[in-house]
Design a protein around this ligand. Structure first.
Ligand code: KG4
Ligand code: ZN
Length: 341
């Protein structure tokens, strides 16, 4: 039921290792946002264990939704729509959110909207910056994705660059594990890098010949692992801060260079960043400087909005809702969903 002319959306996110629910107003205002993280559990195993993730989502989802509603001081009867991440992600994890959203939609007769997870990450910028409107360029850097996206309108996306192998966050996580920092590698590498020399180790920056906007992190990852192996074989002690700082510099450099190329060639006057890696302080400061050099407006959501959350799914779902998009009871979890599908 609509409260006045406002559109109130309950949103659910369960694609990876955070069980999250939020209540948002008109796509831009967060009334409540609850995130139950599983990170400490997966840390014990050095990475996300899909089976454990699904089970934890099942255990927590009802409580997380109830908490989001009670913090908003609302009930399901106040909701105009329910938005849920339908993919991409871990299929068993996604299914928990999708099944719950379908059950609520069916039982209460509330319109259902399946949302693309990356569209959610991009839309986190709409919450942080109520004045931001498309068109803009967005660099999405998460544990599963590294995409340069030309956002021409709400819900209209053209991926102009993507990773050929690992995602940026995945590379952070793998190197974090290799230097003994554990999961998740990104924030731990950032912390270790603070006391390291970013020029200590010369690491390669891959160029993808077929598409200058595409990314490749496997060469950088292998070069870092080779450096670690050679040091071990020759009995040379390694400096974890130096490896962390050099690796971070290489990743940040490639991300920033490609974004610069894209804004120049597309003539973009706004650049937004999104996804978990967008929490990285070195990345935020380099890309901000690059935007200032190019006289481009820079947008970076606060860190809580960069990592997985449900408010961003509510923001993306809102624009689908006002564009008349609805899903039925045949909505399914799609682990390899492409953007725009
Ligand atoms: O967006 P997100 O929460 O989940 C996905 O959709 O993948 O991103 C998680 C990823 C992990 O790979 C994590 O290591 C990385 O974001 N990450 C960071 C930082 N904080 C999280 N990477 C670099 N620096 C950080 N401070
Ligand atoms: Zn994500």
């Amino acid at each position: 039921m609509e409260s006045g002319n406002d559109t109130i959306i309950l949103s659910i996110e369960s694609s990876c290792d955070e069980t999250a629910a939020a209540v948002t107003r008109n796509g831009r205002e967060v009334i409540s946002s609850v995130i139950s993280t599983q990170v400490p559990i997966h840390t014990l195993y050095g990475g996300v264990v899909p089976e454990i993730a699904s089970r934890k989502h099942i255990e927590r989802i009802s409580q997380v939704i109830e908490e989001a509603l009670s913090k908003a001081d609302m009930t399901l009867d106040d909701m105009d729509a329910i938005a849920v991440t339908k993919g991409p992600g871990l299929v068993g994890a996604l299914l928990v959110g999708v099944s719950m959203a379908k059950a609520i939609s069916f039982a209460k007769g509330i319109p259902l909207i399946g949302v693309h997870h990356i569209e959610g990450h991009i839309s986190a910028n709409y919450i942080e910056y109520p004045e931001l409107v498309p068109p803009f360029m967005c660099l999405v850097v998460s544990g599963g994705h590294t995409n340069l996206v030309n956002v021409s309108d709400y819900g209209s996306y053209e991926i102009i660059g993507r990773t050929r192998d690992d995602a940026a966050g995945e590379a952070f996580d793998k190197i974090g594990r290799a230097i003994g920092l554990g999961y998740p590698g990104g924030p731990k590498i950032e912390k270790a890098a603070l006391s390291g020399d970013e020029d200590a180790i010369d690491l390669p920056r891959a160029v993808v010949n077929e598409n200058k906007y595409d990314f490749s992190f496997s060469g950088l990852k292998s070069a870092t692992l080779n450096y670690l192996n050679s040091a071990e074989m020759s009995g040379t002690p390694i400096s974890v801060p130096d490896v962390a700082a050099s690796f971070q510099k290489a990743v940040v450099g490639v991300l920033t260079d490609h974004a610069e190329l894209a804004i120049k060639e597309y003539g973009a006057d706004k650049l937004a960043i999104a996804g978990g890696v967008a929490c990285n302080g070195a990345f935020r400061s380099e890309i901000r400087k690059m935007c200032e050099r190019n006289d481009v407006e820079f947008y970076a959501p606060s860190k809580e909005l960069c990592t997985d959350n449900a408010a961003m799914i509510g923001a993306a779902g809102y624009y689908d809702y006002i564009n008349g998009k609805r899903d039925g009871m045949d909505l399914d979890a799609i682990p390899y969903l492409k953007l725009g599908e």
